[in-house]
Ligand binder design. Structure first.
Ligand code: ZN
Length: 310
């Protein structure tokens, strides 16, 4: 591997990315209040509740960064690290969310093909993932990806992870759990006992309250489970879509996001198509990681949308 940079230094159409979120602050009075109560997500442009303060989001990330990927577990390949950091910086420079402490580490782990992000902008990519990106698909498939460079392929992975962090996906999951936990406890220990105490003739009210509290607890856990399942699917699609847009803005060849899913499909060894059994399709509804075929199709559509001249 040579340390030469193969990045495309001319961003394609940086200003005209279709579907770019409108993040203009509101100028009206009600708009300003709305921006405060329900700020817009910097990545998607959607309004959302934000109860986890930025400081906590960053703290959670840096707290876990050193335990999950301590500096002693990072690769000693300085040329590779420099390359990955350069790609990371190019992407972060185009990222709409500026208030995070962005950092990338290349973890020395050839056995694991993985990349992930922690809240607050801390990203990890394994050498196993780097090797996977460098591996070749079969000749006929590789032909259509012949223009892609190492940088494009790495940018496809990092754009996805940067989007997870920028959109605050893990912070949003944590805050939902926190909210539901609190609501559950209030119902169990305030609302239920209050109603039972009003009826003082009941002898077994304490036992009934306990049973009801357990029921509420179970319901909250189930709701959390469903939310996590549903949300992680949505978050994956969101990270794919906005990750591609980010890589496009930073001037990388976004066809790499298609190749990445082809690589994943090849690894998982399953192709989801028209012949997929109905039961299996039903199960996919509850799968937190959407089938790669679906992600491949969506990525193809996003790439086509961005690369077709209007
Ligand atoms: Zn993801």
């Amino acid at each position: 591997m040579t340390p030469t940079c193969h990045c495309h230094h001319t961003p394609h159409h940086p200003a005209a990315a279709p579907g770019a979120p409108v993040n203009q602050p509101q100028s009206t009075f009600t708009g300003k209040i709305l921006d405060y109560v329900l700020p817009r997500n910097e990545v998607t442009g959607k309004r959302e509740i934000r109860i986890i303060p930025l400081g906590i989001e960053k703290f959670l990330g840096s707290l876990n960064y050193d335990s999950i990927c301590p500096m002693r577990s990072t690769t000693t390949d300085a040329a590779l690290t420099a390359k990955v950091q350069h790609i990371f910086k190019k992407l972060v420079d185009q990222c709409p969310r500026k208030n995070l402490d962005w950092e990338i580490r290349v973890m020395k782990d050839d056995a694991t093909v993985n990349a992930f992000c922690l809240p607050g902008g801390k990203v990890v990519i394994t050498t196993g993932m780097i090797n996977k990106l460098n591996s070749r698909l079969d000749a006929t498939q590789e032909e259509q990806f012949k223009d892609l460079t190492f940088e494009d392929n790495v940018a496809a992975v990092l754009g996805h992870e940067i989007t997870h962090a920028a959109a605050g996906h893990s912070a949003r999951a944590i805050q939902f759990n926190l909210l539901l936990f609190t609501v559950g406890k209030i119902i169990s220990y305030v609302v239920i006992p209050f109603y039972l105490l009003k009826d003082r003739t009941r002898r077994d009210s304490a036992r009934t309250a306990e049973a009801a509290a357990q029921g509420v607890d179970l319901l909250c856990r189930f709701a959390t489970y469903l939310f996590v399942q549903k949300n992680s699917r949505d978050h994956e699609f969101e990270a794919d879509e906005f990750g591609i847009k980010l890589a496009h803005k930073a001037g990388f060849n976004i066809q790499a996001s298609e190749r990445l899913q082809v690589l994943f499909l090849e690894m998982s060894g399953k192709k989801v198509g028209a012949n997929t059994h109905a039961v299996e399709k039903g199960l996919q509804l509850f799968s937190s990681h959407p089938p790669s075929q679906e992600r491949l199709d969506k990525n193809r559509a996003t790439i086509l949308q961005l690369t077709t001249p209007s």
